[in-house]
Design a protein around this ligand. Structure first.
Ligand code: SF4
Length: 117
């Protein structure tokens, strides 16, 4: 093997690795309820983890219900939950009928219920 073929081979290998990584990260985003095409970047960029306005009981309830700011449940997030009270602006935090505090459209908790209306 020549130095040139090693370089070409290394380049092709690295392109393959990066392509596979890019494809798998898109799949991971879809698994989290996001959109690999980038249409749902708003939910991921919204931060709804400021609980400073909540009292201790509300913070405990939020934690006990397992609220997370970014869902890891495929196809389940606050946007498609019956309990969600969305903000007027889709890029802002909404609220929830069950979980106290700011709620991320892309969030999730243990009492998620499929939205029917
Ligand atoms: S119940 Fe849970 S999943 Fe449903 S909107 Fe409230 S925080 Fe989100």
């Amino acid at each position: 093997m020549t130095e040139a073929s090693l370089t070409r081979r290394t380049f092709i290998h690295r392109v393959g690795v990066w392509t596979a990584l890019a494809a798998s990260s898109g799949l991971a985003l879809q698994a989290c309820g996001g959109d690999a095409a980038g249409d749902d970047k708003s939910a991921a960029s919204v931060k709804c983890d400021d609980v400073s306005a909540l009292d201790e009981a509300q913070k405990t309830q939020r934690t006990a219900l397992g609220y997370v700011d970014l869902s890891v449940q495929e196809g389940k997030n606050c946007t498609n939950c019956q309990q969600n009270v969305p903000a007027a602006d889709a890029t802002a935090c909404g609220t929830c009928k069950v979980v106290p505090g700011p709620i991320n459209p892309g969030g999730y908790c243990n009492v998620w219920v499929q939205k029917t209306t």
